[in-house]
Design a protein around this ligand. Sequence first.
Ligand code: CUA
Length: 203
Amino acid sequence: MTDDTPAAEGFDEDPSASSEPDGGAVVVEPDEHVHVDPYERNWMRIAAFTMVVFAIAVTVAGLALGIQVPTDEGRVDPNTLASTPPWSEPGLREIVPGEEYDLYIVARRFAFQPMEVEIPQGATVNFYATSADVQHGIKLGLAGAEGRQASNINIMVIPGQVSKLTSTFDDVGVYDYICHEYCGLAHHQMAGVLRVVPAEGGE
Ligand code: CUA
């Protein structure tokens, strides 16, 4: 079979060459050139351009602006959280008084532990979060609402995984942390409050 095809081509070339000696090769060249409609060519240029823009944006955001995705800090068995410190007692831990805190959050349908947190202004908070059941999320802040603050804190809360994110709170205000991954019928009720209060003896 494989021998027949080259032989057939070779056989065809000779008669065409003999009947049209000049045209034989000339006819083949335009076929090799793929015709692309100008509109399609422009869309290909736009697609290539946007990919370059995105690549630059990701590089600048990651290296120059220091914007990183929450890191996978570790693993924990979601079934034994209640007996695994520090998850057995979620909440705020003071690392450097008034300056740095660890905040351990356990998410489960349909609440966070803890539901209320209070930190002093200027504090740096290391968020550690994990889930006891299904996938949840933590979105901190509610833009636009009066008296509330916006933030860019957004954490995936995944059973078996510890997510970590660090942020500093320079402004006094009230933040909501809401679940942003649909986790069941009462998903919309899953929210906690983080208060940033004026630092004691800050003067
Ligand atoms: Cu938890 Cu939605």
